[in-house]
Ligand binder design. Structure first.
Ligand code: SF4
Ligand code: SF4
Length: 258
């Protein structure tokens, strides 16, 4: 994102809408006496478009130039209105997590392990995303990457989690590594992530996804309690927009869960 120096009046209105914090600095206009404009730090900006979409600039100074590769990746991951052509999914992924009732991505005995880097308010460089992805793949947990996910798509080697070299110094508001492993491997996955957390220069949240049993049991709870991990239980419920087409318990047809 850029601010046109010939239009910007340095009013600061756009500052509050930037999830990356104070990444703008003031400059004196060299041709208009007394005029101060802002310059957006191009390394810190993720091209998320929040400031532009807020439509608060009184002089329409903000504009998003068409970016070429590899900078283009910033908008793909950070601007929810840009559809990632690799999966036709707008935003950063999580398609597998949100459609489990329909697609059966996480079966009984399996857990989805997602890692969301960069939020809140910090952002994540892909070099840090790579560190976490490679830590998961190196751990002996049989981590299976989700296919319909931009981070998976940007991997040069899906067996190691290595990302393409040309995007490592690019940055996203947040990026999600998405995949799954067997329930019994969850402790090892969490230990690998704790080690990876010491090596990255950003924040991340771990999402552990499970299918709740027809009896209402949350299979991952025992593991998390035993490991002393703090967690917040959130749910994604299928309310009928997509038919629950997947039968998780074929031997218990009468208890097929919605
Ligand atoms: S595009 Fe996003 S990160 Fe860049 S200046 Fe605007 S709000 Fe901040
Ligand atoms: S809102 Fe517009 S005029 Fe005000 S500082 Fe931001 S870009 Fe400049």
């Amino acid at each position: 994102m850029r601010a046109d120096p010939d239009k910007c009046i340095g009013c600061k209105r756009c500052f509050a809408y930037c999830p990356m914090g104070r990444i703008q600095s003031f400059r004196r206009h060299d041709r208009i006496p007394g005029r101060v404009f802002i310059e957006i730090d191009q390394d810190a900006c993720t091209d998320c478009g929040c400031c532009l979409r807020a439509d608060i600039c009184p002089v329409n100074a903000l504009y998003q130039p068409k970016e070429s590769w590899p900078r283009e990746v910033r908008g793909i991951l950070s601007n929810p209105l840009i559809e990632f052509k690799g999966s036709q999914v707008p935003g950063r992924g999580t398609e597998e997590m949100k459609t489990n009732d329909v697609k059966g991505s996480y079966l009984p005995g399996e857990v989805g392990v997602g890692v969301e880097l960069g939020r809140p308010g910090v952002g994540a460089y892909f070099r840090d995303v790579e560190i976490v992805a490679m830590a998961l793949m190196a751990a002996d947990i049989g981590y299976e990457l989700a296919e319909e996910n931009p981070v998976t798509h940007f991997m040069a080697d899906k067996t190691t989690g290595k990302l393409r070299d040309d995007i490592l110094n690019e940055k996203a508001t947040s990026a999600i590594i998405e995949g799954k492993c067997k329930l019994e491997k969850l402790p090892e996955a969490l230990r690998a992530l704790k080690e990876a957390a010491k090596k990255v220069n950003t924040v991340f949240t771990v999402e552990v996804i499970t299918k709740v049993t027809p009896e209402g049991e949350v299979p991952i709870k025992t593991v998390l309690d035993q490991m002393g991990v703090w967690y917040s239980i959130n749910s994604k419920n299928n309310l009928g927009i997509g038919e629950p087409a997947f039968n998780f318990y074929p031997d218990r047809e009468e208890r097929r869960s919605p």
